[in-house]
Design a protein around this ligand. Structure first.
Ligand code: PBG
Length: 331
């Protein structure tokens, strides 16, 4: 009978030197695990720092491809684009979302022209285009209208696909939008454009700096709890994911990231589909603040948290630390 208890089995043998720790590592970070979110602003030759996201800037269309090029050079396979629409173009009904020459579409083309090998993921939601900052159309009582919004989102996805988006990522949490977008893409001849569904997106306090970055923070009336998920719920996330897969999602996302690793793990275990996590703006800001306060080593905090996503089963991570992380991994 084999009986490998102490002292026959000493777990520390496996931790005794760098080579054996490397050999026994169950998970590894690679630059190809990362998606870099980029913010786009109007104007020319512009890189505007975002105060609540130290180290992150908005880039004008003429400079955005430089960021994508840097990402590609580090082995990052994909960027995610978010526009800061000029205030004058934000309306009740978000018409600018459907303008084929809007900031986002110009940024997609600039990147596709300059860096054809990198994937471009675009956000499908109306919040960067609405005067009220909600992800959809609102009625007189301020309630976000589901089906009217979905019809616009499907058109928005088509506009993004026509501009060259490779993956459209609905982040709005309307019911039925994945199916509507899939049907619109097939009907429009964009059968190769993939859908990454923000399937389990929570009404989170961690989105603050992002709303500054896209200029929706001061506008938002009320909150998004009528469409984004309640942080109290885990089983509900599995129902959301099941629906999005049934409607044609190629991959799913859980968001935010660190506080929802249980959901990432459960989704991956249950469905086995490509499962992404979004380390959102507030998570980035938290790490930067901790490092600035001397509460931890910045590089180590970045790598440890990203590795946690892999351990939980994530296929990849959207992170504002992508460039730094890819550099650190490459060392
Ligand atoms: C909105 C959207 C949000 C984020 C991505 N898309 C914010 C929100 O729902 O209010 C958050 C990303 C981040 O915080 O980094 N459609």
């Amino acid at each position: 009978m084999t009986h490998a208890s102490y002292p026959a089995l000493r777990m520390r043998r496996g931790r005794s030197a760098p080579w054996i720790r490397d050999l026994l590592a169950e998970h590894r970070l690679h630059p190809s695990d990362l998606i870099l979110p980029l913010f786009v602003c109007d104007g020319a030759d512009c890189g505007e720092p975002i105060a609540s996201l130290p180290g992150v800037s908005r880039w004008s269309v003429d400079r955005i491809a430089g960021q994508a090029k840097a990402a590609a050079a580090l082995g990052i396979p994909c960027v995610a684009l978010f526009p800061n629409t000029p205030a004058a173009l934000r309306t009740e009904r978000a018409e600018e979302a459907l303008n084929p020459d809007n900031l986002l579409c110009r940024a997609i083309k600039a990147i596709k022209d300059a860096v054809p090998g990198i994937g471009v993921l675009t956000d499908v939601a109306l919040d960067p285009y609405t005067a009220h900052g909600h992800d959809g159309l609102v009625d007189d009582r301020g309630c976000v209208l589901n089906d009217d919004t979905v019809a616009i989102l499907a058109e928005q996805a088509l506009v993004q696909a026509a501009a060259g988006a490779d993956i459209v990522a609905p982040s709005d949490m309307m019911d039925g939008r994945v199916g509507a977008i899939r049907a619109a893409l097939e009907g429009g001849g964009y059968c190769d454009v993939a859908i990454m569904a923000y399937a389990a997106k929570y009404a989170s306090a961690f989105y603050g700096p992002f709303r500054d970055a896209v200029g929706s923070a001061g506008r938002l009336k009320g909150d998004k709890r009528g469409y984004q998920m309640d942080p109290a719920n885990g089983a509900e996330a599995l129902r959301e994911v099941a629906l999005d897969i049934a409607e044609g999602a190629d991959m799913v996302m859980v968001k935010p990231g660190l506080a929802y690793l249980d959901v990432v793990a459960a989704v991956k275990a249950r469905f086995g589909v490509p499962t992404f996590a979004y380390a959102v703006s507030g998570e980035y800001a938290m790490i930067e603040a901790a490092a600035a306060a001397g509460a931890g080593d910045r590089d180590a905090l970045i790598l440890e948290t990203l590795l946690a996503f892999k351990r939980a089963g994530a296929t990849g991570v959207l992170t504002y630390h992508a460039l730094d992380a890819a550099r650190l991994i490459g060392r």
